[in-house]
Design a protein around this ligand. Structure first.
Ligand code: PHE
Length: 422
């Protein structure tokens, strides 16, 4: 109810104009897939932990963080799109479901941790298809040293060791970001030589991790593992990079990373340290390593899914029969900004529509596709037709139950979004 507080894990959050976290999303909070040692997400988590075995491992940080932790402390500008109500889930103006594990960096640095690895569930409002789900998992890794205490020399020694291992491995690293560039410069606060050593340590560490995750499959296929480094931007790192891995004939983007911005370390009370951080997405990697065709399967409670995996093992998922799909179309006029305002509603945003579909049909919708759009020549209004593909992972759906869900979706887009159904 609009006046009752939102309760998550026994804590109450008073509602305000920001509150947009739905029961369908909050229901996922207790699942903690990353803690299940025999679930693909938990198996992958453990593999990454083994690679960073000297790091402190943190796996139970609450998904509810302050807006300050998720955005402000990391230097996100006030108008960054990720902050929008259409992109993130808020409990209220101050509290939100974290959109990334970076939300915990500052508190970890502040607690004096020099090397840590966090695994956690993260939440983002998004479209509906086989590879998008509003809850997914990330791992955050960070490594900082104190240059005054010989930290940079330590990184240099470790670099030499890691490089030796990488040279002996069957890996092809494409790295056009090796040199500093005007668009991805070292920080003014950094001596260029240490910045380079930190950046190389970051790259060696992550190339080693990628080799651990993807190397066995590549060598089975008799191919070298191909990795490429790409320039990126994040408000709390510089220089910043993304990493892609060549897998099954395409580049797969798996992580973002960079050299920690000194201002972020200063905000954490450790301005005398320098280092790096990365954030790795687990679902996409698990989907390719375990051959899992649909992201909803991770959330399945069907024993035919769960029984296929063993702790510590990367195995190939054998799909059980795909149940038939059933699709329903809905066409409507999108309210113009003026119409929306008159009706006292926010501007139309596709993610609000997706949220209603998720609320009414949950995991029974496989994807939502825009199949037609046109602008009325006289009124200038836009009409859209969306196709909702219903399919259960576990059973056959009846046309009647799909109709019930579709009717509810239509009812709610009219009442909540103010669209006019055609
Ligand atoms: N948090 C970033 C993301 O979700 C990834 C990242 C982590 C980038 C740490 C830089 C440093 O995309």
């Amino acid at each position: 109810k609009p006046t009752e507080p939102i309760v998550v894990e026994g804590v109450s959050y008073p509602r305000d104009a920001f509150s947009n976290a739905t029961p369908a999303i909050l229901d996922k909070v207790p699942r903690r897939l990353h803690l299940d040692p025999a679930h693909p997400i938990g198996i992958l988590r453990k593999l990454v932990e083994d690679h960073f075995s000297s790091f402190e491992h943190l796996n139970s940080l609450s998904p509810i963080v302050t807006v300050q932790q998720n955005f402000d402390d990391l230097g996100f500008p006030a108008d960054h799109p990720g902050r929008a109500l259409t992109d993130s889930y808020y409990l209220n103006r101050q509290h939100m479901l974290r959109t990334h594990t970076s939300a915990h960096e500052v508190e970890c640095f502040r607690a004096g941790m020099d090397r840590f690895l966090i695994a956690a569930d993260v939440y983002r409002r998004d479209e509906i298809d086989r590879s998008h789900y509003p809850v997914f998992h990330q791992m955050e890794g960070a490594y900082v040293v104190d240059p005054a205490a010989g930290g940079i020399e330590r990184l240099e020694r470790e670099n030499a060791e890691m490089q030796k291992e990488l040279r002996a491995a069957n890996i092809e690293i494409e790295d056009p970001t090796r040199e500093e560039t005007p668009t991805n410069p070292y920080q003014a606060a950094h001596d260029p030589r240490s910045a380079r050593i930190i950046s190389e340590h970051l790259k060696n560490s992550l190339n080693g991790m990628v080799l651990k995750l993807f190397g066995p499959q590549a060598s089975q296929a008799g191919e070298p593992l191909r990795v490429r480094w790409i320039e990126a931007t994040f408000p709390w790192t510089g220089p910043s990079y993304e990493v892609e891995v060549w897998f099954n004939g395409q580049w797969l983007e798996i992580l973002g990373c960079g050299v920690m911005q000194q201002h972020t370390l200063e905000r954490s009370g450790v301005g005398h340290k320098q280092g790096w951080a990365f954030g790795l997405g687990l679902e996409r990697i698990a989907m390719v390593l375990f051959s899992i065709p649909d992201i909803r399967l991770f959330w399945s409670r069907d024993a035919r899914f769960a029984s296929q995996f063993r702790a510590g093992e990367i195995s190939t998922f054998k799909p059980y029969s795909r149940f038939p799909e059933c699709y329903k179309d809905v066409a409507f006029w999108i309210p113009s900004a003026d119409e929306a305002r008159e009706a006292g509603r926010e501007k139309w945003h596709e993610n609000d529509f997706m949220e209603i579909v998720r609320g009414e049909a949950g995991d029974l919708v496989e994807n939502v596709q825009l199949i037609d759009e046109f602008v009325h020549p006289k009124t200038g209004r836009t009409s859209r037709c969306y196709r909702l593909n219903y399919r259960s992972m576990d059973r056959s759906l009846s046309n009647e139950e799909v109709n019930v869900m579709q009717d509810k979706v239509v009812e709610r887009i009219v009442s909540d979004l103010g669209v006019e159904v055609r």
